[in-house]
Design a protein around this ligand. Structure first.
Ligand code: NAD
Length: 470
């Protein structure tokens, strides 16, 4: 047993591998839990319980043959990782990206396990991924691929087993194709599943197909609620969120010097986050996508910027030239910047909302923000975390900051199962309640263990998850 304990304590090799990073985070929290357990027998039991979280319960590794528009057949490779279901059915999005790896999906599934426990919703954690650049597929090919993936994982998903949702490069239309494919399969196999249970198998569906009001923007809205709650706390005690940002809350209300924000990623999460922050009086000075970013010191208008980006269209342009301030886009008002440059801007708040491993030991020393709101999953590596902590830069961790998405997914699932339909106002009111409760739980745990917000979130979640191991 000492040997196992030592494994948790000895420290793992720092890596850009997201799963190794996730395990390092688990290890840090486990070490604290163990240190707070004095009785040797209890310590041994706790170590064994924590061991159950070091690997996923189940990994589905699937090959997906898809007929392309030219009649050829291409085989795509996908995964579904069912990490842990101690607190309820597995829950997590499906990612389409050319760089998807099994380790990345395992990390994301693990973070979902922690996130659902932090959000206090009755789910475990899972995640799916397909290795594909969806931009290279026609819409028909994308539909065939999505239906093939649904078929491949069909036996292992369901409203009470595993509930997938959208993630990077997947959306409501894809969730509907997958739901429909399951319906077809059930008919073929003469399996009777109630329509509302079938719908509750996927969340993030279109509104007219059982989707929830407010789901599209829920992750951004939840992030805003968490940020506002954090800024209120910073008014009294900034400890644990970084020492350099105690005056942030006071400045929040200063109209002539609003808090400045840079947002990396301009997709579902990044755009909505930028929009809500702009509406709340924050000054969004930079945004970016996979092709690069724009810096508009006067503060940009996210909605106009999105319209401009869509008008520019792929492959040329994108965000370039979309220096939209107030109601106009003016070339003189901004400049293009790279993603690494955006991350280092001297802003009050940095919002990584793209992919993992963006802030590493290589650039953590140059991050110019006072506070980081992690809206993407895993954008900061553990070694970078340590550097930021030393520099007094506060981090509101992903498992708390972006949990609004899965929370409204839970509302969608609940409405499907109970045949309810809540208005957007009802959804947003409930979302605020859940986000405030999650923030509060993490904040109190941070105070109890005198640790940073990420470790506190892990401790808060682990206490709930391991309680269910008999
Ligand atoms: P999305 O596909 O809608 O948008 C992703 C954005 O990131 C795009 O603008 C893309 O151009 C940009 N991007 C991709 N690679 C980049 C790079 N190397 N540098 C800079 N930008 C890059 O995806 P999303 O749903 O907005 O998800 C973004 C992040 O938020 C992911 O980490 C995802 O796991 C996480 N997340 C999403 C949700 C949700 O509800 N959608 C919930 C929780 C967490």
């Amino acid at each position: 047993m000492m040997l196992r304990l030592k494994n948790f304590e000895k420290g793992w090799i720092m890596s850009a591998n997201a799963f190794a990073n996730a395990q390092k985070q688990l290890e840090l929290a486990a070490k604290i839990l163990l240190a707070h357990t004095k009785n040797a027998q209890e310590k041994q039991k706790l170590t064994q319980k924590l061991e159950t979280l070091k690997n996923p319960n189940r990994i589905l590794d699937v090959m997906l043959p898809v007929t392309m528009d030219d009649g050829s057949i291409r085989i795509f490779h996908g995964f579904r990782v069912q990490y842990n279901n101690n607190l309820g059915p597995y829950k997590g999005g499906i990612r389409y990206h050319q760089d998807v790896t099994l380790d990345e999906v395992k990390a994301l599934a693990f973070w979902m396990t922690i996130k659902c426990a932090v959000a206090q919703i009755p789910y475990g954690g899972g995640k799916g991924g397909v290795i594909v650049d969806p931009k290279e597929l026609s819409e028909r090919e994308l539909e065939r691929l999505s239906r093939a993936y649904a078929r491949a994982i069909a036996d292992n998903i369901g409203a009470y087993k595993d509930v997938p949702a959208p993630d990077v490069n997947t959306n409501a239309a894809i969730m509907e194709w997958m739901t429909d494919e399951l319906r077809i399969m059930n008919d073929e196999l003469r399996i009777k599943v109630k329509e509302n249970e079938l719908r509750a198998t996927f969340t993030g569906k279109p509104l007219n197909k059982g989707g929830s009001e407010g789901r599209e923007e829920a992750t951004g809205k939840g992030g805003l609620f968490v940020l506002l709650a954090a800024l209120v706390k910073l008014g009294s005690s900034g400890q644990g969120l970084g020492s350099s940002n105690k005056n942030l809350n006071a400045r929040r209300y200063t109209l002539n010097a609003p808090l400045t924000v840079a947002v990396q990623g301009f997709g579902n999460v990044g755009f909505n986050m930028a929009k809500f922050l702009h509406e709340q009086g924050f000054k969004v000075v930079a945004v970016s996508d996979s092709k690069g970013g724009i810096y508009v010191p006067e503060g940009l208008n996210p909605e106009l910027t999105l319209q401009c980006k869509q008008k520019n269209g792929p492959p040329a342009g994108g965000l370039v030239g979309c220096y939209c301030v107030g109601t106009v886009c003016d070339l003189k008002k901004g400049k293009t910047i790279s993603n690494p440059e955006l991350l280092e801007l001297p802003v009050d708040i940095l919002v990584p909302a793209a992919l993992e491993n963006q802030i590493t030991a290589r650039n953590a020393g140059r991050i110019g923000a006072k506070l980081i709101l992690e809206m993407a999953n895993g954008p900061i590596t553990p070694d970078a975390d340590a550097i930021l902590f030393k520099r007094g830069i506060g981090v509101i961790p992903d498992v708390l900051a972006n949990s609004g998405g899965v929370t409204v997914s839970y509302f969608e699932w609940y409405q499907n199962l109970k045949n309810l339909h809540w208005s957007k106002e009802q959804v947003n009111k409930k979302l605020k309640k859940y986000m405030d409760k999650a923030f509060d739980g993490v904040w109190k745990t941070r105070e109890k263990y005198k640790t940073d917000m990420r470790t506190a979130a892990f401790l808060f979640a682990l206490e709930k998850i391991i309680k269910k191991v008999s």
